[in-house]
Design a protein around this ligand. Structure first.
Ligand code: TYD
Length: 148
């Protein structure tokens, strides 16, 4: 079988989309369900969350070969900077009913975490360190010859 195309050669920040999640509104509070995410082209097999981020700290700083991720600020707010090696865009997540879909081959950093914020992440792959690109210089090399 031919090697799959490395998504770093095709990834575009424009493919990272904000998805509005449905809310079950109730006078005693709202509820959002993530189940069979039909708006997503992938299924999610792993959930993790980032919390207790000290003031001024950054997270992320990597890209993935295969893993899609869906990020939700389930409490507080933070910024996500997306980078395809040629363009960058920063998205503020501050609503528990708003999710950011990050496709493979996109470098992401998260910063400006508000006090008490929690970043929920759904991932399409199980944890695998070999799926990460952690050196920005490597990322720039992988994305240098971006295909049209
Ligand atoms: P990392 O993905 O680098 O975190 P972030 O992007 O938020 O800065 O992961 C931090 C550490 O946690 C790293 O040592 C790997 C470990 N880890 C797991 O063991 N399993 C997981 O599912 C994840 C996401 C991280």
């Amino acid at each position: 079988m031919a090697d799959p195309i490395d998504p770093h050669t095709t990834s575009r920040i424009a493919d990272c989309t904000l998805v509005k999640l449905a809310r079950h509104h109730h006078e005693n509070g709202n509820l959002t369900v993530l189940e069979n995410c039909t708006q997503m082209p992938v299924e999610f097999v792993r959930v993790f969350y980032i919390y207790d981020v000290p003031a001024g700290a950054d997270r992320g700083g990597h890209s993935h070969y295969r893993c899609h991720q869906l990020l939700v600020a389930i409490s507080g707010s933070f910024d996500v900077t997306l980078d395809d090696g040629h363009q960058t865009r920063t998205v503020t997540l501050n609503r528990p009913f708003q999710a950011l879909h990050i496709t493979p081959g996109i470098w992401r950093t998260m910063q400006n975490f508000s006090s008490g914020s929690v970043c929920l992440v759904l991932a399409s792959e199980h944890f695998d360190e070999s799926d990460y690109v952690r050196q920005y210089e490597d990322f720039l090399q992988l994305t240098a010859n971006k295909r049209p």
